[in-house]
Write a protein that binds this ligand. Structure first.
Ligand code: OOG
Ligand code: NI
Length: 457
């Protein structure tokens, strides 16, 4: 029997998830169509430079999903399922105070860590977990009931976890197991028809809509599936022209004349979806919930820690300017700050050590001995290709969460939050959560070492 590799399983899962989500949220199909139109126009307009940050084939196939779970045990199961697909936890994001208004979750992203694997199938899953013992959100009494509720529900059938473990051990599955695994995995993230306990949901919603979405129901579901687009401002305009209500802005870096860096994201507003509700008297009646939205993103160059500090400082500067002149447009202020504070070319980012690049040899005869990488690139001896940012941004993530909530989070700022960090998460998962910066730095180092060794030969 044929063996299906983790990469093939990942590609099949991404496709089945898209089919399910597209059936459930038809506006997603519009988003994908518009993204494809925009990508085709950018390609026609810019030619080869449109593919500077990834081939059109890769960009078109690229997706990230978002899911939310309630407990460490549930997160461990998620890690097995995505482990079977060759996806590993990368990055730790604390969204509890990443933005003006708080979301009671911490997150990581499951994704391939090997650049070749990412190129073969670029699928990731942004995964959030409720922090039930954070007193700023949950009283001891509510925490106890919430944890009791979470501990008795089963999000993932035992057979799915058994097959996941088998796939991890064998680095793939035979056809029969693969079919079964993919069905169980896709079903686990489909919207459930199980009635929602109205009173319990409402009680959690009074604290946080995200807490209700996670802990107020007996199943989980995919929240969104995000395609990648080459011009997010154009996509925003075209979606609005299609009559789709978008959130107020694009999160992350502004549109500006220099190179795209990190990640820009926007979304269409969460739609009302039909769900069944169970009342206190046991009767079941239809109603609706607004929790799922459609997100889209544009990716740019991965920044080094120095570049990331620069980014954070520029974002803070924009906030500061806007605080004193609230009528100014964020887009204009941001573009001004960026033009002043960030090099306007890839070479500038490289020279200042702000961006990550891979290197290859272009012309050995142009190499001056002892020159640094930037000088070797300028002399034409080396070619530098930007490394694309494959991860997420906590402030943007919190902003995306927030702009899709219709109720404010109630929280008690006097209380101390529970400590959570990448080490805590690694302990929970029994595997280390990779630091994105380490992955980019390693990739850069390996290519530079190989290129320098070739020049020295
Ligand atoms: C996740 C929100 C953040 C992103 O891409 O940063 C996010 C969620 O809504 O579960 O999707
Ligand atoms: Ni997302």
């Amino acid at each position: 029997m044929r063996n299906r590799t983790a990469c093939e399983l990942r590609a099949a899962f991404a496709q089945q998830m898209a089919a399910t989500y597209g059936r459930e949220v038809p506006a997603y199909n519009t988003l994908v169509d518009v993204a494809a139109e925009v990508n085709a126009s950018v390609l026609a307009r810019d030619g080869a430079s449109a593919e500077r940050l990834g081939s059109i084939g890769r960009v078109t196939a690229e997706r990230h999903g978002a899911i939310r779970v309630g407990s460490p045990a549930e997160l461990r199961d998620v890690a097995r399922i995505f482990g079977a697909l060759g996806m590993h936890p990368v990055g730790f994001y604390d969204l509890r105070d990443a933005a003006r208004s708080a979301v009671p979750v911490i997150s990581t992203a499951f994704r391939p860590t090997d650049p070749d694997e990412l190129a073969r199938n670029p699928f990731r899953m942004f995964t959030s977990m409720l922090v039930t013992d954070d007193r700023r959100f949950f009283s001891a009494e509510l925490q106890a009931r919430l944890e009791a509720f979470l501990s008795q529900r089963v999000l993932f059938p035992a057979e799915l976890i058994t097959l996941s473990n088998k796939a991890i051990a064998a680095r793939g599955l035979d056809d029969d197991d693969a079919g079964r695994f993919l069905k169980l995995a896709t079903d686990a993230f489909a919207l459930s028809a199980e009635p929602v306990d109205r009173a319990w949901y409402a009680e959690l919603e009074a604290v946080s809509a995200v807490a209700a979405d996670i802990g107020g129901v007996s199943s989980t579901h995919i929240n969104h599936l995000t395609p990648r687009v080459l011009d997010i401002d154009e996509l925003y305009r075209r979606m609005s022209a299609h009559g789709v209500a978008m959130i107020d802005s694009v999160q992350g870096p502004p549109r500006w004349a220099g190179p795209d860096v990190l990640l820009r994201q926007t979304s269409f507003r969460a739609l009302a979806e039909q769900r069944l509700f169970r009342a206190a008297d046991g009767s079941v009646a239809p109603g609706s919930l607004r929790v799922r939205f459609g997100e889209v993103e544009a990716r740019g160059i991965a920044l080094t820690p120095a570049g990331r500090d620069r980014y954070d400082a520029m974002m803070a500067e924009v906030d500061w300017v806007l605080a004193s002149s609230p009528d100014a447009s964020r887009t204009d202020v941001a573009a001004e700050v960026w033009t002043r504070d960030l090099p306007s070319s890839e070479l500038g980012l490289l020279r200042d050590g702000l961006g990550f690049f891979t290197y290859s040899v272009a012309d050995r005869s142009a190499a001056a001995p002892g020159a640094d990488p930037a000088a070797l690139v300028e002399a034409g001896a080396l070619t530098a290709t930007p490394i694309v940012y494959e991860d997420f941004l906590p402030r943007s993530a919190a902003g995306i969460f927030q702009s899709n909530l219709s109720t404010e989070t109630t929280w008690d700022a006097e209380q101390r939050g529970t400590r959570r960090d990448a080490a805590w998460l690694s302990d929970v998962l029994g595997q280390s959560v990779a630091d994105p910066v380490d992955l980019y730095a390693l990739q850069q180092r390996a290519s530079l070492d190989a290129a320098l060794a070739c020049l020295a030969r």
